[in-house]
Write a protein that binds this ligand. Structure first.
Ligand code: HEC
Ligand code: HEC
Ligand code: HEC
Length: 473
């Protein structure tokens, strides 16, 4: 048994009476937004089962196997998509025939009864899962509603990657994916266990080594993730989250946002939606406390600090304001559309229109100026002032870390390929890769960075946009 499963008894208490418990022990964080109650905990179930339901949240099983555990979610890997499986207790399609020992082997060693599991399933992190947590999880999985059908999609990798036993050699080098640190307080040890083993934060935030295992020397220092970038979350002041207070970290993990500072989009939204928003105050505090003591690593992607004085103030809480502001631009854009030739490699478009637009009575910029591009393509969701349309379920983008990085890659990626809010019901953001030229995307990128990121200047070029789209596309 692992030495640090101590908070388990505390956890049972917190499931039973979470609010009173949290208030008493963490007076410093009483202003935290309330945590979302667990949908899969029931007074009809045993304590062990209910604890397993919570462990499943902390280990984020649902992000990959779906909320009903029916599987079929593609996990993008450099060798191709690997699909998650049905892990309901169906004997034909799920894990209904698993013994607890089989379950333990699958989680800790990536070994299913009849085959090796690909590490798209984060067993290199779950390797450190405690016996108690695995027993609770196993009890809980016996109570999950059975789904008697195969996942919508299953994995087909080409030879020789389809030889699952190759994973045995890989496991020798890459399991476990992290080591336990000495000299941590009990709270930090709980935090380490959550961050490294259950939540497996490093599977996205740690760069990979040559064999695609986690690079322990660059632990949590940021890594590209398909069309996204998972930033450096070590406590380095300039390139990581060193300037965040523990409360900031807790609030971000619970709500997916920090006002004028950060937003959890894409894969991070998934982590918040399926997992971290359900965590107790105690567990979030332990994670925040631990993240403050992991080795700080400086990377070349530094964050340009917010110059608050340069950030816009919200202009109006009336939706009419936004619509009127946009109206002229939209009309002009519509009238111009047939003439705008999308030329991927040059700035000709803006030259063309400025010569057409010499009418001194026109107060607005021409329709391909950075401002009009923003108003035409972005303001209907994010607002004229960047604070999002009133009552809209979209995120305000003012001050976000994703628009203040020295490397504009993440922002260009979002504009080119779009974004989906996983923990709100807002329709998704479309990608503009096909509708806008590289020069236009560059222009919007610069506009957003300067006007909503508070950057003194930004000179992203069409070539840079082209490179990012090629790399991420
Ligand atoms: C990051 C995504 C991810 C997360 C998180 C994840 N899994 Fe998986 N899991 C997968 C994928 C992908 C497979 C299929 C791998 C393969 O085909 O080799 C899998 C396979 C499995 C299997 C083997 C099933 C079989 O017999 O084929 C079990 C059991 C399992 N997962 C349980 C869990 C549990 C329990 C959790 C939470 C503690 C969890 N998984 C979290 C991606 C994930
Ligand atoms: C599935 C991949 C994935 C997992 C798992 C994940 N993250 Fe993230 N994380 C991201 C991405 C991508 C972003 C960037 C989000 C954005 O800018 O919208 C991010 C952003 C963040 C940020 C904000 C950093 C900043 O500078 O704005 C913090 C803090 C963070 N993650 C912490 C964590 C912690 C702690 C965990 C483990 C509980 C975790 N993440 C798990 C992908 C992930
Ligand atoms: C149809 C509505 C819509 C439009 C149009 C739109 N977005 Fe978004 N945007 C979203 C949604 C949805 C998200 C995901 C976050 C959320 O849940 O609101 C998002 C996220 C973002 C983010 C945050 C990325 C992060 O996670 O840190 C930025 C920056 C952004 N959009 C910029 C833009 C820009 C620039 C444009 C115009 C080129 C644009 N958006 C157009 C809906 C939209």
């Amino acid at each position: 048994m692992k030495p640090l499963s101590i908070p388990i008894s505390a956890l049972v208490v917190s499931l039973a009476c979470s609010t009173a418990y949290a208030d008493n022990i963490y007076p410093a964080h009483t202003d935290l937004p309330a945590r979302t109650s667990l949908p899969n905990v029931s007074p009809l179930n045993s304590d062990l089962t209910n604890r397993g339901a919570y462990v499943a949240r902390t280990a984020d099983c649902m992000a990959c196997h779906r909320e009903d555990y029916s599987g079929g979610v593609p996990i993008e890997t450099p060798i191709g998509n690997i699909y998650s499986t049905n892990i309901t207790p169906s004997t034909q399609y799920g894990i209904g025939n698993y013994t607890e020992a089989d379950f333990k082997n699958a989680l800790r060693k990536g070994r299913a009864p009849k085959h090796q599991i690909y590490p798209a399933m984060p067993y290199p992190s779950y390797h450190g899962m405690s016996d108690d947590d695995i027993s609770a999880l196993f009890a809980y999985f016996q109570t999950v509603p059975i789904i008697d059908k195969p996942p919508e999609q299953i994995t087909h990798l080409p030879f020789p990657l389809n030889i699952r036993s190759l994973m045995l050699a890989w496991n020798v080098i890459n399991v476990p994916s992290t080591e336990n640190r000495l000299g941590l307080s009990q709270t930090q040890q709980r935090g380490e266990y959550l961050v490294n083993n259950l939540e497996h934060c490093g599977t996205c935030h740690t760069p990979r080594n040559l064999t695609q295992g986690l690079d322990k020397d660059r632990y949590l220092s940021g890594a590209p993730l398909g069309k996204w970038f998972a930033p450096n979350i070590t406590p380095d002041n300039d390139t990581g989250i060193g300037r965040w207070s523990e409360r900031d970290i807790i609030a971000y993990l619970r709500t997916g946002k920090l006002d004028k500072q950060a937003y959890a989009g894409g894969p991070m939204a998934e982590a918040v939606a399926h997992s971290t928003r359900y965590l107790t105050d105690e567990d979030l505090s332990a994670m925040a406390n631990y993240l403050k003591v992991v080795p700080a690593i400086k990377t070349d992607d530094y964050l340009i600090p917010v110059n608050v004085a340069r950030l816009p103030s919200p202009k109006s809480t009336s939706i009419t304001y936004d619509l009127l502001e946009q109206k002229d631009y939209l009309a002009k854009a519509k009238a111009d559309t047939p003439h705008v030739s999308i030329n991927q490699s040059s700035n000709q478009i803006s030259n063309q229109s400025s010569s057409q637009n010499n009418n001194p009575n026109r107060v607005m910029e021409n329709s391909t100026s950075p401002k009009s591009l923003y108003l035409t393509h972005c303001a209907s969701c994010h607002g004229v002032d960047g604070y999002a349309q009133p009552d809209a379920r979209y995120t305000a983008i003012v001050g976000l870390s994703s628009i203040r990085r020295a490397k504009p890659d993440a922002l260009i990626g979002v504009i080119a390929f779009g974004a989906k809010g996983a923990f709100n019901t807002a329709p998704k953001m479309p990608g503009f890769e096909k509708d806008l030229s590289h020069a236009q995307i560059a222009s919007i990128t610069n506009y957003v960075r300067i006007n909503f990121g508070g950057l003194p200047s930004s000179d992203v070029s069409a070539d840079e946009v082209k490179r990012v789209i090629k790399e991420k596309g």
